[in-house]
Design a protein. Structure first.
Length: 190
């Protein structure tokens, strides 16, 4: 007996696997990341949840402080460390123009992304996939992370095309990070 409860209701990926905790994406410089749709560690409104659970898969509006002057590109990642998976589930990966300081609601839609937004593969398809925690699994934490990259990300590892690269491959290819910001929200189902 290991003393560990591996039942699906208890299993969680954990915070250690977040992009935020990757040594390759660490830096002391910070960006202030906010949303007019929810407060840090507040509840994410249902409209931003997945269609599978009654939401609209509408990405929330986000704002952030300007990136350092030598930023080549911004990388936005949304992860769920409470997913019952080996690593946090990736809800969105997108590359943004370095000059951007915000996104309107719905800007991460794969079919119609905002100007300056290049949506990549997530854990399911591409673009923003809203919260969809399993019923009775408790509230899940959704971690919105933005990274200011020193060099543009043009290909995945071993030269793979970015549009077909898996989210973890994109994160591994990100390179030097000049600054980063984080915003956490919660969403649960009963």
């Amino acid at each position: 007996m290991t003393g560990r409860d591996d039942s699906p209701k208890k299993r969680r990926a954990g915070m250690a696997g977040l992009a935020w905790n990757s040594p390759d994406l660490a830096t002391a410089e910070t960006l202030v990341l906010d949303s007019p749709d929810f407060d840090h560690e507040g509840t994410i409104p249902a409209v931003h949840a997945s269609r599978r659970v009654g939401g609209e898969d509408l990405s929330p509006a986000l704002t952030w402080s300007p990136a350092p002057a030598d930023t080549a590109q911004l990388l936005l990642v949304v992860e769920d460390p409470d997913a019952p998976t080996p690593l946090p589930f990736v809800h969105c990966v997108a590359l943004l123009d370095a000059s951007m300081t915000g996104l309107t609601r719905g800007a991460l839609d794969a079919g119609d992304p905002a100007d300056g937004v290049h949506v990549l593969r997530s854990g399911i398809g591409s673009g923003y996939f809203g919260p969809a925690p399993p019923k009775s699994h408790g509230a899940h934490r959704y971690v919105f992370q933005i990274f200011a990259l020193a060099k543009p990300l043009t290909a995945g590892p071993r030269g793979t095309a970015l549009d077909s690269a898996k989210p973890r491959e994109v994160l591994a290819a990100a390179g030097d990070v000049l600054a980063r910001g984080r915003l956490d929200g919660f969403y649960g189902r009963t």
